[in-house]
Design a protein around this ligand. Structure first.
Ligand code: AOF
Ligand code: ZN
Length: 394
């Protein structure tokens, strides 16, 4: 007889089909099981559309399967609230299920508590199946529920010796096409991508999702492009201001941006957010980043706009600034087997850095993948346990 884990794996797999399309809602999948067989599946496709449970129930009905006395597996505790759609607890009760198995509790204060309601109504309820995996899939959602700011992924590509360019600035391409293609999966998953002015000028990026395999079940929702440009250095002719790009570009600046430049951007329908300059990080004055927009305030602002995840793509000063302020939650490091060398060749992470190894955050939940000759190291940073986090946030 298949285990709870077996069916929950399928529910999680279904949830992940909608990566990048459900924000601000979570990724949720559901399967309906009768007589040890899956009779219907469902997943949440987009905010405002049917929740996973309702999608699965509708599919069971459409295919002529009864849900009476069946079991429903859901990767998130069913909601108990009337939101954009009616409560899933009602749908589960009306469908006559005798058992609910869910992976992880909902922390959304408006929606949580569904498991208890269903238990009180006489349904057998089992929670916590594949919980860690389900929390990982919805890590943006859970982080946002806890902090009201977006979860930050820093992505960079470097040589084996940690350089992102030669001493003359030659940087294209250090990693191979497989790595670059894979990088689009990170873009697809997030609400916004952040780059610095230098990267915008040097690389003329589009910051769009361009991986044909990345979204087989839906069209990509293009993340918002955010350029950190404290003084208005990025010219209006830059690729990021091209009107034919899908979605929006936002420029994040400071009072150092000339009014005239801000007006011209407004004429192109590019929003400019002006923020105070960055305070000193890491307990020292950081000459390199002190005129930068305050990235902590930026995350608060993006959180207020409902963004749950951002990808920091570079350059190394921007990544370093986020690291110095203990704002990186996850790292994707693409490493190519090439040696660049040189004290003047840029490192993948700039900024000020840490004074001692004891202060330097060590990644947890580390995974390693091979992408042809490159390797991808992913891991998380538990910022709330670092001294810097305590200094900045407590
Ligand atoms: C989803 N999809 O499959 C489940 C969710 O705004 P609403 O009405 O769509 O409600 C969103 C909340 O419902 C969401 O934040 C989460 O707490 C809960 N469950 N949401 O979008 C689903 N099961
Ligand atoms: Zn629901």
């Amino acid at each position: 007889m298949p285990t709870h884990e077996h069916y929950m794996q399928r529910a999680i797999e279904l949830a992940e089909r909608a990566v990048g399309n459900t924000s601000p809602n979570p990724l949720v999948g559901a399967v309906i099981v009768r007589d040890d067989a899956i009779v219907a599946e469902g997943w949440h496709k987009q905010a405002g559309e049917a929740h996973a449970e309702v999608d699965a129930i509708n599919n069971a009905t459409a295919n002529g399967y009864s849900t009476e006395d069946a079991t429903i597996y859901v990767s998130l505790e069913p909601c108990s609230h009337q939101g954009k759609t009616p409560p899933c607890t009602n749908a589960i009760l009306n469908a006559g299920f005798s058992k609910l198995v869910y992976a992880t509790s909902d922390t959304n204060t408006k929606a949580r508590g569904g498991a208890e309601i269903l238990r009180a109504a006489g349904i057998e309820v089992v929670g916590g199946i594949c919980e860690e995996q389900a929390r990982q899939v919805n890590r943006f959602f859970f982080h946002y529920q806890a902090y009201s700011t977006p979860y930050v992924i820093a992505k960079f590509a470097s040589s084996l010796d940690g350089r992102t360019a030669t001493r003359n600035g030659d940087s294209q391409w250090i990693t191979g096409p497989e790595s670059r293609q894979y990088g689009h999966l990170a873009r697809q998953a997030v609400d916004a991508i952040i780059v610095g002015a230098q990267t915008a000028i040097a690389d003329q990026p589009q910051l769009t999702v361009r991986n044909p395999d990345a979204h087989p079940y839906s069209d990509p929702a293009h993340p918002i492009r955010i350029v950190l440009d404290s003084s208005g250095r990025v010219p209006l002719s830059n690729s990021l201001f091209n009107q034919s790009l899908p979605g929006n570009t936002i420029v994040v600046s400071t009072n150092a941006m000339p009014e005239k430049h801000a007006h011209k951007l407004a004429e192109l329908n590019i929003e400019v957010i002006k923020l105070p300059c960055s305070p000193k990080a890491n307990n020292q004055t950081n000459a390199e980043t002190k005129n930068y927009p305050d990235v902590k305030l930026l995350l608060k602002e993006l959180g207020q706009r409902g963004m749950q995840s951002v990808l920091v793509e570079g350059g190394n000063t921007v990544v370093g600034n986020f690291l110095d302020h203990a704002l990186i939650n996850e790292v994707w490091a693409f490493i190519a087997p090439v040696l660049i060398g040189g004290n003047d060749a840029s490192p993948s992470v700039g900024g000020l850095g840490f004074e001692t190894l004891a202060l330097a955050p060590r990644l947890t939940n580390v995974s390693v993948e091979y992408l042809n000759n490159d390797i991808l190291v992913k891991g998380r940073i538990a910022n709330d346990s670092t001294a810097e986090f305590n200094r900045v946030f407590k």
